[in-house]
Structure formats: C-alpha cells, structure tokens
Design a binder for this molecule. Sequence first.
Ligand SMILES: CC(C)(COP(=O)(O)OP(=O)(O)OC[C@H]1O[C@@H](n2cnc3c(N)ncnc32)[C@H](O)[C@@H]1OP(=O)(O)O)[C@@H](O)C(=O)NCCC(=O)NCCS
Length: 249
Amino acid sequence: MKKFVKNFVKKFLFSVSEIEHRNKNGKKKYRLYNILGIKIKLNLLYWNLSSNKIYKLDKNGCKRLISSRKELKDFDGIQIEGENNELVLYEDTALLHFNARIVGNNNYIEIKSVKDLTTIDLLVGGNFSELRIGNVIYFANARIKLGGDHVKILIGDDCLFAHEIEIWSTDAHKIYDLATNERINPGKDVTIGNHVWIGRYASVNKGAVIPDGCVVGANSFVNKVFDEKNCIIAGTPAKIVKRNIRWEL
Ligand SMILES: CC(C)(COP(=O)(O)OP(=O)(O)OC[C@H]1O[C@@H](n2cnc3c(N)ncnc32)[C@H](O)[C@@H]1OP(=O)(O)O)[C@@H](O)C(=O)NCCC(=O)NCCS
C-alpha cells in the first residue's frame, strides 16, 4: 500500500529527476520537476563552484573569476567532476566548440587567444597536471588528452593545427613489465614550441617535443624529443625529413 501511494505521488503529483542529454556540443544535465503532470526543466551546472574556478583572461593578462550563473552559461561544454581545478580562458578566444571533461583534481588549464575555426575536445583524467595553450592561429579540430599525474602539455604561440589532430600525454591504459611488475608506459610531458604547423591527422604522443618553426607531416606519429628548430618532421614514428625550412600561412 505504502509503495502504491509512493508511486502514485511520484507519477501524478510530484517528482524530481535528473537527466543527461548529449549533443554534438557536449553533455548537458537537467533537473526535471513533474508537478501535477506539468514538466519543468532546469539546467544544471556541471561543476562544484566552491572548489573549481573558471577565470577569463583579459588583454593585459589580468584574470577575472567568473562567478555569475549567466556568464557560466557561456561554458556549456565544460564538465568538471573533480575538485580544485582551475581554467583560465582568454576572453576573446574563438573557441567555437570547447568541450572539456575534467575528471581529476588540482589541474590547471590555460588557453590564450585562439584566432579561428576552433574545436577542441579536452579530457583531463589525472591530477596536478597542466595544459597551457598560447596564442594559437587555429585548431581546425583537436582532441587533447591530459592524463597521468604531474604531467604537462605545453603549446606555444603562433601554432596551427589542421584537421583531426590528437595530442595525448598518456596511453590511457597501463602496460607492465612481467619481471618487475613496474609500469613501462607512464604519462609524459608533451611540448610544442612556437610557430609549429601540425598537418592533418597527426598524433603527438607522450614524451614528444617539437621545437619552434617545425612542420609535422600529415598522418605522422610524433613520440620523440626533437631538438632542432625549423625542420619538417614526418612519418611513423616521425623523423626529420627536411632541415632549415620556414613556413607561413
Ligand atoms: C609535411 C609536408 C608539408 C612536406 O611537404 P614537402 O616539403 O613538399 O615534402 P616532400 O614531399 O618533398 O617530402 C620530403 C620527404 O618527406 C617524406 N614525407 C613528406 N610528408 C610525409 C608524411 N606526411 N609522412 C611521411 N613522410 C612524409 C616524403 O616522402 C619525402 O621523403 P623522401 O625524401 O624519402 O622521398 C607535406 O608532406 C604534408 O604532410 N602536407 C600535409 C599538410 C596538411 O596537413 N595541410 C592541412 C592544412 S593545415
């Protein structure tokens, strides 16, 4: 009888439920109130405002904390599940579709100006890690996975990222040495210098360093430290195929 009354109230008088909705811009969460058959939908913000912070960065480098619900709505694609994460986004940056999911804690994400054509899908899985993106010309679309603890992905100024670029500081899954039981594939920093052009479908993997002025060929897999500026790096695994070059738009 008790169950029947409970179900009756829930179905016909009053109920509250939370629903998730996924579209091409990311994931949204609503709270749905059902009062006497009238359904009211309330948008839920994804992050815990007290411990995670989003700042806007102005032209003079000043950070301003975003705290009003109205302004936070601009960051619809951002879903923060962890604690003590900080995002600093340049106020005029052209992030058409910036989808970020931050699962870990104590991470720092900074994106300065991105001029054009931008889609970034970011997943932050680890803790105490950093992603810093400078004044980039454009990301046609990129997927960035910042995984592992105390790991950095650093991208300089004046870079250009073609279509379907992957930048990963982690392999996501763990591999162990059978004899020692030690993990052999920990996450590692990724560094992309200034004025670097990354060709379409390229992957920049954990441990990669791409110096200033370099071009990465289409479909390449970059997983090593390069220390020579102004080179074309291409292939799988990527190697230097030309030296002493410069590139322009
Ligand atoms: C990297 C790139 C710009 C170099 O062009 P290039 O200077 O004309 O280079 P070349 O064609 O002379 O190639 C030089 C050598 O590198 C090799 N190479 C070039 N690109 C390569 C690639 N993506 N993967 C593997 N090897 C590659 C060539 O086979 C050649 O090797 P070889 O000397 O043994 O014959 C070009 O190959 C490329 O990848 N373009 C794609 C650009 C892009 O993605 N644009 C999207 C718009 S942002």
